[in-house]
Design a protein around this ligand. Structure first.
Ligand code: MOS
Length: 753
């Protein structure tokens, strides 16, 4: 029996124990509530110094002078790291050998490529000294005019969008479809730059010991961070020990290790002491990624029966002058609606900004608010209820590829969500309903979708002589509940009620990245397969030994639960794990398992999670003030490992949708290229008062193809339908179609011409 079980294991072989599906509370919840969960910045090794970055106040040009002496003269300041004395690196931070390697600003020269770029690091005995030292550097610059916004320069077609998607795709004849249509929508939608703004800023605590380094830092991808540090510093990955037990949010911005985190490692190297570097909130608006702004043109054709004849989705976006990440916004039109002709394409301009990055539902969030608005406009133009219109144009196969879906319970999402919301009472025309206080009431619907992805992961499982079990995987709990959900899978995989579940460090097997909503599926399958592999070894020991009550049962004839193996054909014959190992004289057996996509299934099927979100808003007709009062989402995302964690993820996503439609926006000063609201007072995110009554229904869905456990992801899908539903509800309340997001009071009161 191979120690690794392949992923093509059929669902029929998967045993469903008692842990998967239970709404367990998060295992670390009490620690978090009591303030006992130790986040990266809570670590204070003996002799630790504090590092603070100085950042550029211009967006383009050169630093010509830093008053290093003034900073050094400040009490408590130990050292100032600049391009002149920054320790050498083994690799150029501007080198790029794969699409997941982003170019970093690590004080390699005096060039400034965006506002808030790190230009020096001050290391001091206290945070206050380091902060003051950084201010005393008082940089001089040679500044060039900043290029800002979607029209700053000549545009071009990016070589790829997202991480390796083609920048244009076509199916059918869009021109003919539009020409044949009896009604056409042609509208332009704009979405702003947004910043991840995780509650926990990027933070790192670093202690070097010779050429080994110990690091506490939040990470959504421990092995990738380890590999990046290894390359930059020219040391072996196993000399780099990263701990990341908890993240205070990541949303993509902690998927790859950022420049400021590497600067913390360099600072510790420079001074030969442990160093802590924590970003200030405003420092997060530049060097750690963001969601790029978009301008999207949607052209939709509809025939006399309300059927789509064509969808043409074109998105313009920005990237930095020195690296490539292009928001794949138009790709949102690939999967949702049946249309004989679909065309998606992208163009971009380079501006003086920090490089954009994936941010929760990259492409799907930006693209779907535009697509869902345009579909709503198409429904109204056809005189149809927007839900009926979506059902009429329901895609039974993936429109762009023609592939069947591995599973798709979207119809049930629409119908069950609509019943729950009370959709049937909705008047067709806008501006028909007022509440008792005279506020305009509007109802909108949006469709949610996100691909069911899997990356690569590995886990190690062991059964100890006393019959207890261990599961090890370097997985990431970024607040989504990985500690809990993966441990539930581990317990079922090992046939135990409880397991010793170890996670969150780079010394454990590589769990891949907690991104793309794929972590539970990928790491979960690795955990499950590792469990199955060690149980198979145990079964070999028992069934091959004539002293065992299981002798002769064969692997296929044994099941595992409650720490015992049972003969499948005769449950009265069983043996405990401890007895099996004891007789074999073993103190422990272990095995590894992998999680990865099955390429055959992936080429045969389109794999996506789906949902339908229904929103109610109330709008003050005089003041334009918008309140979301109700949000009901119905989602189908395959097997649910832990309904409590899943609901929490979906709620978070839905609130992000409200935020996208009504709140979030980073504003750049066109003269300086600086972001003028780089703080949580002026960069609005919903607070409790902005969050309506939320309901999330999980619709049952069995997917035999995505992976043996049937898990899709839920981390990102909640954003996608909700933003459009809110925007459409605002239209239904007011009769004013807003195409620039976030929707603002002033636009509603005085619509842009
Ligand atoms: Mo996500 S944007 O894949 O963390």
């Amino acid at each position: 029996m191979s120690p690794e079980i392949s992923l093509t294991q059929t669902p029929a072989n998967v045993r469903h124990g008692s842990n998967i599906g239970q709404p367990l509370t998060r295992r670390e919840g009490v620690l978090k509530v009591k303030g006992q969960a130790r986040y990266a910045a809570d670590n204070h090794p003996v002799g630790m110094l504090h590092a603070v970055m100085a950042v550029s106040s211009i967006a383009r040009g050169r630093v010509t002078y830093l008053d290093v002496q003034a900073a050094k003269n400040h009490p408590g300041v130990i050292e100032v790291m600049t391009p002149a004395n920054r320790p050498p690196l083994a690799e150029d931070p501007d080198a790029k050998t794969n699409p997941f390697m982003f170019r970093l600003d690590l004080l390699q020269n005096d060039k400034v490529r965006y506002a808030n770029q790190p230009i020096a690091v001050v290391i001091a005995k206290t945070l206050e000294s380091a902060t003051e030292g950084a201010a005393l550097l008082a940089p001089h610059y040679e500044a060039l005019p900043a290029r800002v916004g979607l029209d700053a320069d000549e545009s071009f077609m990016p070589p790829a969008v997202g991480v390796g998607n083609p920048s244009e795709m076509h199916r059918g004849d869009v021109k003919a479809g539009l020409a044949a249509a009896s009604k056409r929508i042609d509208a332009i939608y704009e979405t702003p730059a947004q910043y991840h703004n995780a509650m926990e800023p990027h933070a790192i605590v670093v202690a070097w010991d010779g050429d080994s380094v110990s690091i506490d830092t939040p990470s959504q991808g421990l092995a990738m961070a380890q590999a990046r540090i290894a390359g930059l510093f020219g040391i072996a990955p196993n000399k780099i020990h990263i701990r990341s037990p908890y993240l205070g949010g990541g949303f993509g911005s902690k998927g790859l290790i950022s420049g400021p985190q590497i600067l913390g490692i360099l600072a510790a190297r420079l001074v030969g002491k442990p160093v802590k570097l924590v970003l200030r909130r405003e420092h997060m608006y530049g060097p750690v990624g963001h969601r790029a702004p978009t301008r999207q043109r949607l052209r939709i054709g509809i025939d006399g029966n309300g059927l789509l004849t064509a969808i043409d989705h074109h998105a313009k976006t920005v990237s930095s002058t020195f690296d490539d990440f292009f928001e794949p916004a138009a790709d949102a039109s690939h999967t949702l609606y049946a249309s004989p002709a679909i065309s998606t394409s992208h163009e971009a301009v380079r501006i003086d900004t920090g490089t954009p990055l994936f941010m929760r539902a990259p492409g799907e969030a930006t693209g779907s608010i535009a697509l869902e608005s345009a579909i709503d406009e198409a429904a109204w133009a056809s005189g149809m209820d927007p839900l009926d219109f979506r059902l009429k144009n329901y895609a039974d196969v993936e429109p762009i590829s023609g592939k069947p879906f591995s599973s798709k319970a979207l119809r049930e999402c629409y119908t069950q969500g609509a019943v729950r919301f009370g959709w049937s009472k909705r008047p067709l025309a806008p501006r028909q309903t007022r509440d008792d206080a005279g506020l305009l009431v509007g109802w909108g619907v949006g469709t949610a979708t996100f691909p069911a992805l899997m990356f690569q992961a590995e886990a190690r499982a062991a059964i100890r002589g006393d019959g207890s079990g261990v599961m090890e995987i370097g997985a990431h709990d970024m607040g989504q509940g990985a500690w809990t959900a993966l441990a539930q899978i581990a317990a079922d995989g090992l046939g135990l009620e409880e397991v010793d579940f170890r996670s969150g460090t780079s010394d454990l097997p590589d769990a891949g990245i907690a991104g793309g909503s794929a972590h539970t599926a990928t790491a979960g399958m690795a955990v499950y397969n590792a469990g199955a592999a060690v149980i198979a070894k145990l079964a070999d020991l028992a069934t091959g030994d004539e002293r065992s009550p299981l002798f002769g049962a064969g692997n296929a004839g044994v099941t595992a639960r409650n720490g015992r193996l049972f003969r499948r054909d005769d449950e009265s014959r069983s043996e405990s794990y401890a007895d099996i190992l004891g007789r074999a004289g073993l103190s422990e057996i272990d095995a590894r398992g992998k999680g990865a996509a099955d390429p055959a299934a992936q080429s045969a099927y389109a794999m996506h999670a789906h949902g339908a979100v229904f929103a109610e808003v109330k709008v003050d007709p005089d003041l334009g003030q918008i309140r979301v009062t109700r949000l009901v989402g119905a989602f189908a995302a395959g097997r649910v490992i832990n309904p409590r964690m899943v609901r929490s993820q979906i709620y978070g996503g839905m609130i992000w949708g409200v935020s996208f439609a009504l709140h979030e926006q980073a504003v750049s000063d066109h003269r300086s290229g600086r972001i003028i609201n780089a703080n949580l007072a002026e960069y609005h995110v919903p607070v409790n008062a902005d969050v309506p009554s939320l309901e999330a229904l999980m619709i049952e869905e069995h997917d035999p193809h995505v992976n043996a456990l049937g898990i899709k992801g839920v981390g990102e899908i909640g954003v996608t339908g909700s933003a459009g539903a809110v925007a459409n509800a605002v239209w239904h309340a007011t009769g004013v179609r807003m195409r620039r997001f976030p929707i603002r009071i002033d636009d509603l009161v005085m619509p842009p011409s």
